[in-house]
Design a protein around this ligand. Structure first.
Ligand code: F0G
Length: 434
C-alpha cells in the first residue's frame, strides 16, 4: 500500500476518493471541489512504527491534564498530527466489558463490549467531533452545522459550545429520541426540526454548507472519520494489540464502518497488528440497503424509505457507501440485518446485565447472535461488539418496552403498584423469590 501514508513530517492532505484530486489539510471544503466526491485523509507516516509507536501510545495513557488524556488525541499521529491545540473534553477511554449473560445470549464466550456510551455526550460521536471541531477552529470557521438522527447533533452542540462556535443542527421532526434532542437544546445549538427524514436533513445541510458557508460536521467530513478510527485503536490497545477475530458494529450512514476499515488498514500497514479482524456491520431490517447490496456482492446500490425503532440508524440513503464497501471488502467483512424485535430483545439482555445501551447499539450484539446461529461467527471466536450509545439516550423506548407494550415483551420488567404497606412489599418479594 504505497500511498497509504505521506512522507513523515509532511502536512496531511484531503484526497478525493473518486477523482484523486488533493486539497490541503486546512481547506474547509466538505467534498471534492472538482467532482463532489468524498474526501479521504492521507496522513504523514508516523516517525516511528510498530513497537516503538505502540509504546508511545501506551505511555500517554492516564496522563493528566492535557489532551493526551483523551482516548482520541492519545493516537494523534493517526488522527491529526498537525493540530497544536485540541477542542477536547477529553473523550474516549471507554471500557471493554465482559458480561456472562450477554456472552451466553450471543453464543460467543469471548465477546467483549466496547461501550462508547461512556463518552462525554453519551455516544461514540464525540470521538469524531473533537477532531472535526478542532479542524473547524483551525480553518477559522464562524459556525458549524450537521444533520443528525440525534447523537451527532448532541455531540456537535457540546463541542461547539466548548469551542465558542455557534452550532446549527437539523433533525427529522418527531424521529429523534428524547435524550438526544434535549441535549442539543441544553448545549445551546440552534435546533431545526425538519419536516422530513434524516436523508432530507443531510441533503439540506450539505446545500447549506455549500451555499451559506457553514462548516459541515457530518461524517462525510473526513476528519470525523479520523477521530472515529480511535474506537478500534483503543479497543486494540486494551487487547494488548492482539487483534480479535471480529469487530461488530451497528451501521446507518456508514461513517463508522468506513472509519473502522481505515483504522484497521492503517494499523496493519504500520505493523501495530499482525492480522486484520473481520468487520460485522449490522443494519436494522427496515433500514438495510447496505445489507441488501452486500447480499448481491455490492453489484447494486439502492436506497430505501427507512423505518425502525432504532431511530439512530433510521437511514435509507447512507452517505459513506463507497468507503464502507471498501472497509467490508478489505476486512473480508459481513453485513447483515436484524429485526426490531431482535434489537429490542438483545437490548433487554444488555440492559438487564447492568450495562445498558440505546436501541441501535444493541444491533451489534443481535447481529453477532444471528451470525453465530448461522455459523458465520464461530463459538470460539474472539469478538468485540461496539455499543455506540448510552441507555438514557432513548428513555421513551424503555417506558414503552417495560411499562406500556401490550402484550408485554418477553423481557419486560413491569413495575408493581402497591399500597404504602409493608405487607404489600412482602407479598411482592415472595412472588419474586428465586
Ligand atoms: N449507533 C448510534 C447510536 C448512532 O447514533 C449511529 C449514527 C450509528 C450507530 C450508526 O453509525 O451512521 O456511522 O453508520 N448516528 C448518526 C447521527 C447518523 O446523526 O447521530 P453510522
Amino acid at each position: 500500500m504505497p500511498d497509504l501514508f505521506l512522507a513523515a513530517g509532511a502536512p496531511a492532505v484531503q484526497r478525493c476518493e473518486r477523482c484523486g484530486a488533493t486539497w490541503p489539510e486546512l481547506d474547509a471544503t466538505a467534498t471534492c471541489r472538482d467532482c463532489g466526491g468524498l474526501l479521504d485523509i492521507v496522513l504523514p507516516a508516523p516517525s516511528v512504527h510498530g513497537a516503538a509507536l505502540l509504546s508511545r501510545f501506551g505511555g500517554r495513557c492516564c496522563t493528566h491534564p492535557g489532551s493526551e488524556a483523551s482516548g482520541v488525541w492519545r493516537f494523534a499521529e493517526l488522527v491529526m498530527p498537525g493540530a497544536a491545540a485540541h477542542v477536547t473534553h477529553p473523550e474516549g477511554n471507554t471500557p471493554l466489558l465482559q458480561r456472562r449473560a450477554v456472552q451466553a445470549y450471543a453464543g460467543v464466550a469471548d465477546l467483549r463490549l466496547k461501550h462508547e456510551g461512556h463518552n462525554p455526550t453519551g455516544s461514540f460521536k464525540d470521538r469524531g467531533m473533537t477532531v472535526a471541531v478542532t479542524h473547524a477552529v483551525r480553518v477559522g470557521a464562524t459556525a458549524v452545522a450537521c444533520a443528525s438522527t440525534g447523537n451527532t447533533s448532541a455531540s456537535l452542540a457540546s463541542y461547539a459550545a466548548h469551542a465558542g462556535l455557534p452550532a446549527l443542527v437539523l433533525v427529522p421532526r418527531g424521529q429523534v429520541a428524547m435524550g438526544k434532542l434535549t441535549q442539543s437544546l441544553a448545549y445551546g445549538a440552534t435546533t431545526l426540526l425538519v419536516d422530513g427524514d434524516f436523508d432530507d436533513c443531510l441533503r439540506l445541510v450539505r446545500e447549506a454548507s455549500t451555499e451559506l458557508g457553514v462548516y459541515l460536521a457530518n461524517s462525510v467530513n473526513p476528519w470525523r472519520v479520523e477521530g472515529q478510527k480511535t474506537i478500534a485503536l483503543e479497543a486494540l490497545q486494551q487487547l494488548g494489540w492482539d487483534a480479535p477475530d471480529w469487530l461488530a458494529l451497528p451501521a446507518g450512514n456508514l461513517g463508522n464502518t468506513a472509519a473502522m476499515g481505515k483504522a484497521l488498514r492503517e494499523a496493519h500497514a504500520l505493523g501495530l497488528i499482525a492480522r486484520v479482524p473481520r468487520l460485522l456491520a449490522v443494519q436494522a431490517a427496515g433500514a438495510a440497503p447496505f445489507a441488501a447490496s452486500f447480499a448481491d456482492g455490492f453489484a447494486t446500490r439502492t436506497t430505501v424509505r427507512a423505518e425502525t425503532i432504532a431511530t439512530a440508524i433510521r437511514i435509507g440513503a447512507p452517505a459513506s457507501w463507497d468507503r464502507a464497501v471498501r472497509a467490508i471488502r478489505e476486512t473480508n467483512g459481513v453485513v447483515t440485518a436484524v429485526t426490531d424485535d431482535e434489537i429490542l430483545d438483545a437490548k433487554a439482555v444488555i440492559d438487564a446485565a447492568g450495562v445498558g445501551c440505546e436501541p441501535a447499539s444493541a444491533a451489534s450484539v443481535a447481529g453477532v447472535r444471528k451470525m453465530r446461529e448461522a455459523g458465520v461467527v464461530g463459538a470460539e471466536a474472539r469478538v468485540v461488539a461496539i455499543l455506540t450509545g448510552h441507555v438514557l439516550k432513548d428513555p421513551g423506548i424503555l417506558v414503552r418496552y417495560h411499562q406500556e407494550m401490550d402484550p408485554a415483551p418477553p423481557r419486560a420488567n413491569r413495575p408493581v403498584e402497591i399500597a404504602a404497606k409493608l405487607a404489600d412489599v412482602e407479598r411482592v418479594l415472595k412472588s419474586r423469590a428465586r
